[in-house]
Design a protein around this ligand. Structure first.
Ligand code: NAP
Length: 276
């Protein structure tokens, strides 16, 4: 019997934690499968995917920089992938790829289930207007926030994105410097200032956190991220990084591929050892 093959495809991809997560899910659910890292040349996404299918590949997680190409490759797509305009998950359906986007569901599951956060009626600030924000806006709006403010270094991108989603709920774009005096219950960093780039203090005003506010960084690490450090200095009552989102979006992909929803609790200790 051949074992179903899955992989995370990206460039770079060596850092990806997805193989660890999916191996844990497979073990916990008793599913027999293999999951690997697939490095595709920057100009060779489609050909790498084609080869993977020819060799028995059944599903892919897609990471930087291929989420838009994955969207284009998918002949059928979920509503959330259509809304995001990008796919982070592909499932082989015998003669075509089905594309999904599980990033938003992963974030919402982490916020509401793991962190016990309420979105309904809350004032939410999102820094950034890139691919990740495309994926998280619709699920955030579906939870009924009072208002979502998009603040991006390149303001025009935030304006365009807000306009795209305005029919789905209260979302506006505000230039980061013009946020001075505003207070938010949830502040999400969806910029690509990862671990090595400092928070743009000249751009982001002080005093944005309402009492009890949560600061959530899409970036994850076994160390305090620059955004989380800044948020704590600014008085954020609670902070979280994006490890929970990563694990929860993986669980959504696993469910799409295998029809079984893993209990994500098995993956957290593997990626965040207690003494880290
Ligand atoms: P992206 O499409 O490249 O967008 C990057 C965003 O960051 C843009 O809005 C950009 O602003 C902004 N930015 C970059 N450098 C900045 C700086 N120095 N100061 C202020 N803003 C800056 O990236 P993405 O795909 O949206 O990903 C964003 C982050 O989310 C990445 O770190 C990614 O790893 C993370 N992510 C995590 C998960 C998870 O499961 N935890 C899932 C998806 C993504 P401009 O428009 O001005 O260039």
């Amino acid at each position: 019997m051949t074992i179903d093959r899955y992989a995370v495809i990206g460039n770079p991809v060596a850092h990806s934690k997805s193989p660890i997560i999916h191996a844990a899910f497979a073990k916990a659910t008793g599913q027999e499968l293999s999951y690997e890292r697939l490095l595709a040349p920057r100009d060779g996404f489609a050909s790498t995917v084609e080869r993977f299918v020819a060799e028995g590949g059944k599903g892919l997680n897609v990471t930087i920089p291929f989420k838009l190409e994955a969207f284009a490759l998918a002949r059928k797509r979920s509503g959330r992938a259509e809304s995001a305009g990008a796919c982070n998950t592909l499932a082989w359906r015998g003669d075509h790829w089905y594309g999904d986007n599980t990033d938003g569901a992963g974030l919402l599951r982490d916020l509401t289930h793991n962190l016990g956060e309420t979105i309904g009626g809350r004032n939410v600030l999102v820094f950034g207007a890139g691919g990740a924000v495309h994926g998280i806006l619709q699920p955030l709006l579906a939870h009924g926030p009072r208002r979502i403010v998009l603040a991006n270094r390149t303001h025009a991108r935030a304006v365009e994105l807000a306009a795209h989603f305005t029919a789905e709920g209260p979302v506006v774009a505000i230039e980061p410097r013009s946020l001075a005096g505003e207070r938010f219950d949830i502040v999400i960093n969806a910029t690509s200032i990862g671990l090595d780039t400092p928070v743009p203090r000249d751009l982001w005003p002080n005093g944005l956190f309402a009492p009890g506010a949560l600061a959530y960084d899409l970036v994850y690490a076994n160390q305090t991220t620059p955004f989380v450090r800044w948020a704590k200095e600014q008085g954020a009552a609670r902070t979280a990084d994006g490890l929970g989102m990563l694990i929860e979006q993986a669980a959504e992909s696993f469910f799409l591929w295998r029809g079984v929803r893993p209990d994500t609790a098995c993956a957290f200790p593997l990626l965040r050892p207690k003494d880290s």
